[in-house]
Ligand binder design. Structure first.
Ligand code: SF4
Length: 265
């Protein structure tokens, strides 16, 4: 994964932990692209926790309306920033315990802020992409984000927790799509058991530890031919067309059965 997505990073635009905190609250049920459009103006108008805390609620609601659930988000942002003023001198705290009790901040948001705002690996961010991919890759059997995170934290080295999420999110957006995963061009096809995908499920000797080890391998300077060469270009980082042994490993069960029949006939 590190070779496929060497530049994977948080896709919410921000210049400070406070901006990242606000962006992450806004990103609930909303795309990062939409949040970035909204925060472009928002961050010009509101620069400190005090600015948000003192803003008239209706004005803040209007500013963030297009991100959806804007009434609740505006209320949480104001209350959250008021708490920052009351308890932390307007600064964002650097520990999980303090963050998760702020209004509108759950474990996922706290992990995002600590990981991408402060560079502190407090846990693994589990969003919809990370949850989906972790299941398909056999890294977890749970659908509960908290349990998924615990499974991932057990399997991955701590210094990979932050970047692992960024890479999984990139892969989920570009290749392992929710409705139509592009397994035929996926660079992980040789280690992925494709759990939950009835039409393409394959039997692989892939254990959870083996998959986790492979996924958390550090990037090497020499980029893989089809992986990092594409990273940052906006094009899908796939394994490219499958060839030879790779093709045999990456082929679906149905494709392999067809090939066997053709060989026998
Ligand atoms: S092989 Fe398919 S299911 Fe597995 S990670 Fe790739 S796209 Fe997703």
């Amino acid at each position: 994964m590190a070779q496929l997505y060497p530049d994977a990073h948080c896709s919410l635009d921000h210049h400070s932990p406070l901006e990242l905190l606000i962006s992450t609250i806004l990103s609930a049920q909303c795309t990062d692209e939409r949040v970035n459009i909204v925060t472009k103006d928002l961050f010009q108008r509101y620069r400190t926790a005090a600015d948000y805390a003192r803003a008239p609620l209706a004005q803040l609601e209007k500013s963030i309306q297009s991100t959806g659930f804007f009434r609740n988000k505006a209320k949480n942002i104001k209350a959250c920033c008021q708490t920052l003023l009351d308890r932390y001198d307007g600064e964002v705290p650097r520990d999980l315990e303090s963050l998760v009790v702020l209004p509108g901040v759950g474990r996922k948001t706290a992990n995002v802020v600590l990981g991408s705002g402060f560079g502190i690996a407090s846990g693994v961010v589990v969003d919809t992409h990370v949850g989906r991919l972790s299941g398909r890759l056999g890294l977890t059997q749970s659908k509960d984000p908290i349990k998924i995170e615990q499974d991932l934290m057990r399997e991955l080295p701590r210094d990979e927790w932050v970047n692992f999420s960024h890479r999984m999110i990139q892969h989920g957006r570009r290749v392992c799509l929710a409705r139509k995963p592009r397994c035929e061009v996926c660079a992980l096809a040789d280690i992925c058991p494709r759990i939950g995908l009835a039409e393409t499920a394959v039997e692989l000797p892939a254990t959870k530890s083996r998959v986790a080890k492979k996924l958390s391998e550090k990037s090497r300077p020499a980029a893989s031919k089809h992986g990092s060469a594409r990273a940052g270009t906006g094009k899908p980082a796939t394994g490219g067309p499958l060839r030879g042994k790779q093709k045999a490993r990456g082929a679906t069960a149905a494709q392999r059965a067809t090939a066997d029949r053709q060989r026998r006939s």
